[in-house]
Design a protein around this ligand. Structure first.
Ligand code: TXA
Ligand code: MG
Length: 372
């Protein structure tokens, strides 16, 4: 195990060539390097090197049945590890790469390390749209396997400091290129016969954008919007369908079954009119404080003054959910730093990036959504 993590600082728009070459050498020699992407920071290793990839799992404490995304900087790299792909896959690549879209493709046998795919016959691939990530992958000259650079179960890192909080001394290097862009992980899709693009994990490329590109979009069980138009009874607690013991349906993306992205405190989402939401949270947090808990509320700017708790953190405005998405994981980490043990969060509409934001909020809350 690595004992000292090297920290490089680069200008994200035009990273220093010498630094990139040094970090790329570490990757080629079987090391682990964290780097910024336009979604979150990734923890990279040479996808063709079994030992290097196992170092990622070790550093993160990641379950070995959760496969990794392979990052490329040039479509020509696909030939070495994926089978030829159809027209719709090609269209998605042309339209959205480089960018926050991960596509699950058929794997060419005996190519990438089997740790990468966790034994599946498919491999998830993306070409990130970040100058540092692209330069690093190009200089390494190999496909780079990279999960989010957090300890397993912690919120994904959107700053190099988050990476160091979790992994300092456990990885060889981190390239600090400032804040990641979208703030939430990429959209993971699988392309099925008949022109269906199935979203396995919502993210930076929205369902609306996929439809605008001509795709017919469907959702995997773990990626379906929560607001499906059904009447909800106030007071009901919703469990995500895939969390329900009776559901018996596994999500297509193995990572979606884990209670992920979670702060250390117990978190619940509260959905309803703002008067009811504020009243509910007020009552709950008073009770919790009386029992010695430290309380927190994750609020939108418009409603922040309606809440009373030890710490009210604002993630952004309901009028700009893109910005709110950028701040989500940092806010969840702040609750940990503040020692908050009970957290209530507002919900948001599930249009555009709001779908991915609600998906991550619900995961952070272990699918506990209270309707008031
Ligand atoms: O934005 C992102 O995608 C970031 C940056 C670093 O690129 N990476 C990321 O990786 O979020 P990770 O490992 O945290 O999430 C990968 C997701 C997991 O849910 C995993 O189960 C799924 O992709 N996945 C990987 N290979 C798959 C496959 N062959 N079939 C289905 N899902 C797969
Ligand atoms: Mg992750």
């Amino acid at each position: 195990m690595t004992s000292k993590t090297k920290v490089y600082h680069v200008d994200p728009a035009s990273p220093d060539d010498k630094i990139i070459r040094e970090a790329a050498r570490t990757l080629r020699q079987g090391g682990t390097v964290a780097f910024p992407t336009e979604t979150v920071y990734g923890l990279g290793a040479n996808a063709l090197d079994q030992d290097a990839v196992s170092r990622i799992f070790e550093a993160k404490g990641r379950p070995s049945d959760n496969p990794l995304i392979v990052h490329i900087s040039d479509s020509a790299q696909l030939d070495s590890f994926t089978a030829p792909c159809g027209e719709l896959v090609q269209l998605l690549m042309d339209r959205f790469w480089p960018g926050p879209l991960t596509i699950v493709l058929p794997l060419k046998r005996a190519s990438v390390s089997e740790h990468v795919t966790a034994g599946l016959d498919t491999v998830a691939v993306r070409m990130p749209a970040h100058p540092v990530a692209l330069a690093l992958i190009t200089a390494a000259g190999c496909p780079v396997a990279a999960p989010s650079a957090n300890s397993s179960g912690r919120p994904s890192p959107t700053e190099a400091a988050h990476v160091l909080d979790d992994l300092n001394g456990r990885i060889d290097a981190v390239i600090d290129g400032g804040s990641a862009g979208v703030g939430l992980e990429s959209t993971v899709v699988e392309v099925e016969a008949g022109g269906i693009v199935r979203i396995l994990r919502p993210g930076g490329i929205t369902a609306e954008a996929l439809r605008a590109a001509g795709a017919q979009v469907e959702y995997d069980i773990a990626a379906a919007p929560h607001d499906n138009g059904q009447e909800r009874t106030p007071g009901s607690v919703e469990l995500g369908a895939h969390e329900h013991p009776a559901a018996g349906i596994a999500p297509r993306s193995p990572g979606m079954k884990y209670a992920h992205y979670a702060p250390r405190g117990v978190m619940q989402l509260v959905q309803g009119g703002i008067d009811e939401v504020a009243a509910y949270i007020g009552k709950q947090s008073r009770n919790a404080r009386a029992e010695g808990e430290r309380t927190g509320v994750l609020a939108f700017h418009e409603h922040a003054d309606r809440f009373d708790a030890d710490h009210v953190l604002v993630i952004g405005s309901l009028g700009n959910l893109e910005r709110a998405a950028q701040g989500l994981y940092a806010a969840l980490r702040s609750f940990d730093d503040l020692g908050v043990s009970r957290i209530w969060a507002e919900t948001c509409p599930e249009a555009g990036i709001g779908h991915a934001l609600m998906n991550r909020l619900a995961k952070a809350a272990a699918q506990q959504i209270i309707r008031v």
